[in-house]
Write a protein that binds this ligand. Structure first.
Ligand code: SAM
Length: 221
């Protein structure tokens, strides 16, 4: 019998939870996993976890950190994550910004921010995840040369994010032609939110940003 939501949260989550009790900026993801990983990828706001689970399946040498404050989403991820993939998956059931503060520089090899809450009203703009400060945090923890993947089907969120990231000196948009951002990328794995048609939504955009700077080999893994 598959464990229920309560058992997953009470028994499995503590084993996979990311501790945040170290000095800021010192957390090496490799220290969290129970086996070796080639590098570590981060998903911010994984919702019910379909994307993280699929990426973990497709990338067996990679460690995964996922952040999601919505406890039902965390339980859904734990229900779908195969037991054999738990050793290289760690979860923060909280605000991703806490993890970004904790992580060591250049410790993340790839990051995903997929269909974040759009907060379309102008007076709520400060609540949007992408802000100059969160981009600074991401730039600090992402290895130079690594990629940030963003997707959204909300026009305000699309424009806001593109503007913020293009204004940031440590990221560049990698698209060369419309097909690069209008069509899902080759290694795309669908998310639950993507399949909903929320009011005000438009066709999704898939934006890939490179952390600028010299590409270096993964550190701290
Ligand atoms: C619209 S949902 C999309 C979920 C998922 N990425 C998908 O595509 O199905 C946005 C998610 O981001 C989460 N979220 C919002 N703010 C966050 C934050 N500061 N840190 C981590 N997750 C956050 C929410 O709880 C929610 O599950």
């Amino acid at each position: 019998m598959r464990p229920g939501r309560k058992a997953l949260i009470e028994q499995v989550l503590p084993e996979l939870s990311i501790p945040l009790d170290m000095p800021p900026g010192t957390l090496q993801p490799a220290s969290l996993f129970s086996g070796p990983v080639a590098e570590t990828w981060l998903e911010i706001g994984f919702g019910s976890g379909e994307h993280l689970v699929a990426q973990a399946r497709a990338n067996p040498d990679t460690g995964f950190l996922g952040c999601e404050p919505f406890v039902s989403g965390v339980a859904a991820l734990l229900a779908h994550l195969p037991i054999e993939d738990r050793a290289r998956t760690r979860i923060l059931a909280d605000d991703a910004r806490l993890l970004l503060d904790a992580l060591a520089p250049a410790s993340i090899g790839r990051a995903f921010l997929l269909f974040p809450d759009p907060w379309p009203k102008r007076r709520h703009a400060k609540r949007r995840f992408v802000q100059p400060h969160t981009l600074d945090q991401l730039a600090r923890v992402m290895r130079p040369g690594s990629r940030l993947r963003f997707a959204s089907d909300h026009p305000v969120c699309q424009h806001w994010t593109l503007r913020q990231v293009l204004d940031h000196p440590q990221f560049e948009w990698t698209a060369r032609r419309p097909g690069d951002f209008l069509a899902p990328p080759e290694d795309w794995h669908g998310t639950r939110y993507e399949t909903r048609s929320a009011p005000g939504s438009v066709s999704p955009l898939f934006l890939e940003f490179a952390r600028t700077g010299m590409a270096v080999s993964p550190s701290g893994h």
